[in-house]
Design a protein around this ligand. Structure first.
Ligand SMILES: *[C@@H]1O[C@H](CO)[C@@H](O)[C@H](O)[C@H]1NC(C)=O
Ligand SMILES: *[C@@H]1O[C@H](CO)[C@@H](O)[C@H](O)[C@H]1NC(C)=O
Ligand SMILES: *[C@@H]1O[C@H](CO)[C@@H](O)[C@H](O)[C@H]1NC(C)=O
Length: 223
């Protein structure tokens, strides 16, 4: 009967279980702290999709808290020292540069881009990046590349691409100018060869292929 289970036995079973939980929690804390710190330092990190999603929640929260903090600077600083690694770099960058960059934003400081699955175990991989981070932003390049292709193919921008461009540049300083430059770079770097361009997939109406399966494309030679 349940009441007759020895408390000692219960404790003997429970302690190792609790210890495993504790270890796992500690491990996860370490992993997340690492990811978030790298993200702040390098603006992007590559990891599994599952970890990227957890890290995204943590960093979004951390940025909001830093932006809204009413603590004295040194108090906030010592608090952030407990949340991050490589604190000499990450803490001032978060407090100054990143808070300043996202002054106008209430959220959506990060985004996740899906990558090819990991070789070996096929685990879904993802790139987690801070938005509006200048020319290093991966989505900036993806969208610039789509626009470059459409322009070279003499096609109008479809609605989705228009929306993507608008969202991308919304809070970005000198966004239009930077974007224009990047589109021109893409034209030269990715679509140099006329032969290549002829064979490039052209989108079906109202799909731009970004994050979409290949079957949304149809191959139409350029006029
Ligand atoms: C890790 O643990 C520390 C100390 O308990 C805590 O302050 C911090 O918020 C945790 N970080 C994450 C990412 O869970
Ligand atoms: C694209 O946008 C235009 C103008 O806003 C609209 O008239 C059109 O219906 C849209 N097309 C689609 C497929 O949503
Ligand atoms: C799709 O695009 C082609 C060529 O641009 C156009 O002729 C056709 O009417 C479009 N179809 C639809 C359903 O919008």
């Amino acid at each position: 009967m349940l009441t007759e289970v020895s408390p000692l036995l219960f404790v003997a079973l429970f302690i190792p279980f609790a210890m495993t939980l504790g270890r796992n929690a500690k491990m996860l804390n370490h992993t997340m702290r690492n990811l978030v710190s790298s993200l702040i330092e390098y603006e992007s990190v590559t990891t599994t999709m599952a970890k990227a999603k957890i890290a995204q929640g943590i960093i979004e929260d951390l940025i909001v808290k830093t932006k809204k903090s009413t603590l004295a600077k040194n108090e906030l600083k010592s608090k952030l020292y407990g949340e991050l690694y490589n604190q000499e770099k990450t803490v001032p960058k978060l407090m100054n540069e990143i808070s300043e960059r996202y002054k106008e934003r209430n959220g959506g400081f990060t985004r996740i881009l899906k990558l090819e699955p990991r070789i070996g175990d096929n685990a879904p991989q993802a790139l987690l990046e801070l938005v509006d981070n200048g020319i290093r932003e991966m989505r900036f390049w993806y969208i610039a590349k789509t626009v470059a292709r459409l322009e070279l193919q003499g096609q109008p921008l479809d609605n989705l691409t228009q929306k993507n461009v608008k969202d991308l540049l919304l809070y970005r300083k000198n966004g239009e100018e930077e974007f224009r430059k990047t589109v021109e770079i893409c034209k030269n770097e990715f679509f140099q060869d006329d032969e290549d361009l002829k064979n490039l997939p052209r989108m079906k109406n109202d799909t731009n292929g970004f994050h979409r399966a290949f079957h949304n494309y149809e191959v139409v030679p350029r006029e």
